[in-house]
Design a protein around this ligand. Structure first.
Ligand SMILES: [Zn+2]
Ligand SMILES: [Zn+2]
Length: 52
């Protein structure tokens, strides 16, 4: 019974609201995740999309 928490805001994540960032490896709620780039907002801000 371990709750999964958003790496950014600490909100508890439901099974259908878990987003995995391939750049930093964190798990994020939909608020902190950009579905277009499949990265968290932090990595989008850092421009990690172009590094790969
Ligand atoms: Zn969050
Ligand atoms: Zn990230």
């Amino acid at each position: 019974m371990s709750a999964i928490l958003c790496s950014s805001c600490g909100k508890e994540l439901e099974d259908d609201n878990i987003n995995f960032c391939i750049s930093c490896g964190g798990l994020f709620c939909s608020d902190e995740f950009d579905n277009n780039s499949e990265l968290c907002q932090e990595c989008v801000k850092n421009g990690c999309t172009s590094l790969f």
